[in-house]
Design a protein around this ligand. Structure first.
Ligand code: C2E
Ligand code: CA
Ligand code: CA
Ligand code: CA
Length: 275
């Protein structure tokens, strides 16, 4: 048994070694990803449930690594948050997205994810102002998606920053609602324009009474606070039917479209066909 234990330990050490090396490699390669043109933004429609019209898009980052292929954001964003390269990457995403959205034929909104590190970095609101000015995108067409977990690092600071951004006319959405260290007081204290229900709840509304209850409760909360609610990760007509019946305002998910290049959407004037 002792022998076996030692074997297992070696196995773990070897595994750790591989993981550490891979992490270092990602860290290293990420520093050059922007200049090498390996980053892309893809767009996923956000749809009004009652009319089936697209109301906006969420911008999602993709990294096309020359050897690794497409590295999913969940793999490299946490690393870039630790090393600080998220500041440069996040600025690139914001600029790229606003530039793209300003050139569309349609007036749809564009939602951009903002990491905790960006939100708390000095000069974030100035950056947003400068990017809007430089790209000519009307502030009302930009929405920033912020998780609750991003707020709690320094609540007063986050509040001051978001108030400045909001004063420019930019919209603010609470992302992944219900997954982090949720505090209902944040919903009241912060100038949110929308609540996004995390896909872990949406996915289960048709199979779990608990998930259905949580979603109904969030929708009730939204109604009470006057905040529209968007359900993330809608994949089936069953989930959509539940959300429609419960008067959820917006939805996003594979049922309406996978994240992709904007080409198919940019000339959209009347919204997506209803499902
Ligand atoms: P998120 O903000 O919750 O984004 C939604 C994620 O759900 C996206 O994953 C999207 O592709 C995926 N998704 C959309 N519809 C469906 C569906 O019907 N089913 C399933 N299973 N998944 C669906 P993605 O693109 O891999 O991004 C993962 C996370 O990475 C995002 O979660 C966000 O937290 C982060 N992220 C992505 N782009 C950026 C960025 O530009 N900046 C920052 N800071 N974070 C980003
Ligand atoms: Ca998001
Ligand atoms: Ca989510
Ligand atoms: Ca389901």
């Amino acid at each position: 048994a002792k022998q076996e234990g030692r074997g297992q330990l070696r196995f773990y050490e070897a595994l750790m070694g591989v993981q550490v090396r891979e992490r270092r490699q990602i860290e290293h390669d990420l520093r050059h990803a922007i200049e090498r043109g390996e980053l892309r933004v893809v767009y996923q429609p956000q749809t009004r449930i009652d009319t089936g019209e697209a109301v906006g898009f969420e911008a999602l980052l993709r990294w096309h690594h020359p050897e690794r292929g497409t590295v999913p954001p969940d793999r490299f964003i946490p690393i870039s948050e630790e090393t600080g390269s998220i500041l440069e990457i996040g600025e690139w995403v914001l600029r790229e997205t606003c530039r793209e959205a300003a050139s569309w034929d349609n007036p749809l909104r564009i939602a951009v994810n903002v990491s905790a590190v960006q939100l708390h970095a000095p000069g974030f609101s100035e950056l947003v102002h400068e990017v809007l000015f430089a790209t000519g995108l009307p502030a009302a067409r930009l929405e920033l998606e912020i998780t609750e977990t991003a707020l709690i690092r320094d609540l007063p600071r986050a509040l001051a920053t978001l108030r400045r951004v909001k004063a420019m006319g930019v919209r603010i959405a609470m992302d992944d609602f219900g997954t982090g260290y949720s505090s209902l007081s944040n919903l009241r204290a912060f100038p949110f324009d929308k609540i996004k229900i995390d896909s872990s709840f949406t996915r289960a509304v048709d199979s779990s009474e608990q998930a259905a209850t949580i979603v109904r409760t969030v929708l009730g909360l939204g109604r009470g606070l006057g905040l529209p609610v968007l359900a993330e990760g809608v994949e089936t007509t069953g989930e959509l039917a539940f959300l429609g019946a419960e008067a959820c305002q917006e939805a996003q998910g594979y049922l309406f479209g996978r994240p992709g290049p904007i080409d198919g959407f940019r000339h959209l004037t009347t919204g997506l066909p209803p499902v």
